[in-house]
Write a protein that binds this ligand. Structure first.
Ligand SMILES: [Fe+2]
Ligand SMILES: [Fe+2]
Length: 255
C-alpha cells in the first residue's frame, strides 16, 4: 500500500508527554515525517503535567515539521487547568486544535476532513457505565456523552455537509476495547468509551487515531469494521503512517 503514490499519507502519534528532558530530542524523531507523510496527527497528551511551558517545548520541537499538523488535547493537558492556554500555544505554532471542530485539507486533488475530541472514560460495549444512581456518576457518564456528541457533529459536517473524500477521526481516549487490550482489565473503564465509536460507524469515517492506552494494542476495529489505531508513543515508539487510497461512498449516500 505504501507504493501507491496517489495514497494520502497520514502520520499519527499521541502521548508525547513533553517535559524538559524531551527538549532537543523529539525534533529528531519527528523530522522524517516531512518526507513520509502529508499531514501529522497528534492525538493528545502533548504535556506531562498540563503545563503551558511543556506545551511550549512541543511547539519548539515541532518547528521542524513543515506539513500540516492536526491535534486534540488529552487528559494530561487538563491537569493544571491550563488546557485553553495550551490550545492557544499549539495554535500559535500552527497546530489545528480540534474540539469538535473540523478541518479540511486538499491533497493530490482530493479532500481529507479531520475532526476530533479529547473523549472521556466510561468503558466499552455492554460494560459501558450507565447513568443510574448518584449524581456524580450521572455527571461522569454525561461527560462521555458530551464528547461523543461533539464527535458526532464534526463527523456529520464532514460526511454530510462537506462530503469530503476521506474522513479522519482523532480522539485521545480509546473508542473501542480492542486497542486497550494489554492494559490491566481493571483500568479499561478509564481508558476509553465506546460511545465514541458510534458516530464513527454512523458516518463511516475512514480511520480513527487515538492514544491514552500506553500499554494497549496498536490496531483494532469499530463494530462496523473501521480501523482504529492506538498511536500512543510509549506503545508505537514513533509516528505511524496510515495510507488513505480508496475513498468510500458512505452507505447512507448510495442510491
Ligand atoms: Fe498519555
Ligand atoms: Fe491520556
Amino acid at each position: 500500500m505504501g507504493e501507491d503514490r496517489s495514497a494520502i499519507r497520514i502520520a499519527a502519534i499521541a502521548d508525547v508527554h513533553c517535559y524538559d528532558e524531551l527538549q532537543g530530542r523529539l525534533r529528531h524523531e519527528l523530522e522524517p515525517v516531512n518526507d513520509e507523510a502529508d499531514v501529522l496527527v497528534i492525538a493528545g497528551d502533548v504535556t506531562l503535567n498540563g503545563k503551558v511551558e511543556e506545551a511550549r517545548i512541543l511547539t519548539e520541537e515541532i518547528s521542524v515539521v513543515h506539513i500540516p499538523i492536526v491535534g486534540v488535547l488529552g487528559n494530561h493537558d487538563y491537569e493544571k487547568n491550563q488546557e485553553n492556554a495550551i490550545a492557544v500555544e499549539l495554535s500559535r505554532a500552527g497546530v489545528i486544535v480540534l474540539d469538535g471542530h473540523t478541518f479540511v485539507m486538499n491533497c493530490r486533488g482530493r479532500t481529507v476532513g479531520f475532526t476530533g475530541v479529547k473523549g472521556f472514560c466510561g468503558g466499552f460495549g455492554d460494560r459501558l457505565v450507565a447513568p443510574f444512581g448518584e449524581l456524580p456518576l450521572k455527571d461522569f457518564v454525561r461527560a462521555g456523552q458530551i464528547e461523543a456528541n461533539k464527535l458526532d457533529a464534526g463527523l456529520r459536517t464532514l460526511r454530510v455537509t462537506d462530503s469530503t473524500d476521506f474522513v479522519v477521526a482523532v480522539v485521545h481516549y480509546a473508542p473501542v476495547r480492542d486497542t486497550v487490550i494489554g492494559e490491566s482489565p481493571e483500568l479499561f473503564p478509564f481508558l476509553g468509551n465506546s460511545s465514541l465509536s458510534e458516530p464513527v460507524d454512523r458516518y463511516e469515517a475512514d480511520v480513527v487515531f487515538h492514544g491514552h492506552a500506553h500499554y494497549g494494542s496498536p490496531v483494532g476495529r469499530t463494530p462496523r469494521g473501521i480501523p482504529v489505531y492506538n498511536v500512543a508513543r510509549p506503545l508505537v515508539r514513533s509516528f505511524v503512517v496510515h495510507y488513505l487510497a480508496e475513498s468510500r461512498v458512505p452507505s447512507f449516500a448510495r442510491s
